[in-house]
Design a binder for this molecule. Structure first.
Ligand code: UD1
Length: 417
């Protein structure tokens, strides 16, 4: 297994460009199942999760071709509306095919994703919604089996805002008979991007980005041709990489309105952040100031940036309190950060981070996607060499992260297994 080796201590300087958003691309690719013909996606990041979804679609009978950043999916010949355990177990977001399959083909068989490192992450809200739209759902042998003639519009109130749940039901309702109203929806920019893609396919969706989304079902959709939005989590991670090293970096493609909560916290911690024509420039202090933060659904502080900001705060002046409210087990980076000299105490969903003078490089183990990023950030600041093992977690969601950091002056390289 590959590892990433970092010799820390160099402030980052220069410009870096953000890749396309993983979490926006995945549901859009799943939505290509809604229409026969070839959908085209431009600016698609080269990531393990995107390849996994591609394999899933090929298994169903779709044709998937990639040329540079352009991905084409021809869903005309899909004959087997099924997502097997082998593929779903490596990526929870595979559940996004459920809504499109059942609404277009009247049946779907999708493996239950099961637990994952950061928590139980059930899909009860997805299933409850599909049932409300008239699907018959059975769970057997670890699979969700969904059947329906034509789905029919309904009003669905989510118990809590779920990103992929909102996306799944938007897709299912797009071809249902009549109007659906989804309440207490996730308001993430990726949900808006999916609604725009569905509307480009001929769908009739209004309200995405607010907590109530209205979908007027149509009889058929056509393929889409879309440009993927920039990855706000990658952008936030790079802003924080500049922050932890005391650097000065222009993050091109970063959108301020996608990153309000993160920008506010970085400013509170002493960074100067200014919007420029096509991105955000961050000038970081030598040492951050401690800040408290709590993760929450958008527009709150994203759970996907919690570990990275915590790494920054591990070398701050003072003590910070971090509360994780979205996932129940998302502090796994803490143990590894502690091995690098961080002083962090966990009590349930709260972590208290007491800033230390220095971190020291160490061999550390990545446990999930965003935790790996936080370890890379800590390595950039630490004295001596840090080796982050199990980088396949990082490769699921960051395109060429080490090359981007290298271009900003970091002493970082991938060590092939
Ligand atoms: C998406 C993102 C992920 C991000 C997360 C929260 C994608 C592909 N992934 O994941 O990067 O960390 O949003 O911003 O977009 N829940 C239920 N029942 C359900 C569904 C969710 O209880 O049926 C709970 C989850 O366990 C969690 C919370 O709702 O506690 C939010 O999860 P959700 O928004 O669904 O996360 P994902 O869509 O899986």
């Amino acid at each position: 297994m590959d590892a990433i080796e970092i010799a820390g201590g160099k402030p980052l300087h220069g410009e870096v460009k953000i890749s396309g958003s993983k979490n926006a691309t995945l549901p859009q690719i799943a939505a290509s199942l809604l229409a026969p013909g070839t959908s085209i996606f431009r600016g698609v990041p080269e990531l393990a999760d995107i390849r996994t979804l591609g394999r899933l679609l090929v298994h169903m009978g779709a044709r998937v071709d990639r040329e540079g950043g352009t991905l084409r999916v021809d869903a005309s010949a899909v004959a087997k509306p099924e997502a097997t355990y082998e593929l779903v177990k490596t990526m929870r977001a595979s559940v996004l095919v459920l809504g499109p399959l059942v609404t277009r083909f009247g049946r779907a068989r999708v493996s239950l994703p099961g637990g994952c490192a950061i928590g139980a992450r059930p899909i009860d809200q997805h299933l409850k919604g599909l049932e409300a739209l008239g699907a018959k759902i059975e769970l057997s042998h670890g699979y969700v089996e969904a059947k329906a003639d034509r789905l029919r519009g309904a009003t669905i109130l989510f118990d809590l805002p779920t990103v992929t749940g909102t996306e799944n039901l938007m897709m299912a309702a797009a071809l249902a008979d009549g109007r659906s109203i989804l309440e207490n929806c996730a308001r993430e920019p990726e949900v808006i991007a999916l609604a725009e893609a569905l509307n480009a396919m001929g769908g009739r969706i209004a309200g995405a980005g607010t907590s109530v989304i209205t979908i007027d079902g149509v009889d058929a959709l056509r393929p889409m041709d879309v440009e993927v939005i920039p990855d706000r989590i990658e952008a936030g991670t790079l802003l924080m990489a500049a922050m932890i090293t005391g650097g000065d970096v222009l993050v091109r493609g970063a959108k301020a309105d996608h990153l309000d909560a993160a920008i506010a916290k970085l400013r509170e911690a002493g960074a100067k952040i200014t919007p420029e024509s096509d991105g955000l420039r961050v000038i970081a202090p030598q040492k951050p100031t401690a800040v408290d933060f709590i993760t929450a659904p958008f527009p709150g502080f994203p759970t996907d940036l919690q570990a990275q900001l915590m790494a920054c705060l591990s070398v701050a002046k003072g003590a910070s309190r971090v509360v994780e409210t979205v996932f129940e087990n998302r502090f796994m980076h803490v143990q590894e950060l502690s091995r690098m000299g961080a002083d962090i105490a966990i009590d349930g969903h709260t972590a208290v981070v007491r800033g230390v003078t220095r971190l020291s490089g160490a061999p550390v183990m990545a446990t999930d996607l965003r935790a790996s990023a936080s370890l890379v950030l800590a390595g950039l600041r630490a004295e001596g060499t840090t080796t982050v093992q199990r980088v396949y977690h990082l490769d699921r969601g960051y395109e060429a992260l080490e090359a981007k950091l290298q271009a900003l002056g970091a002493n970082i390289r991938r060590v092939k297994a």
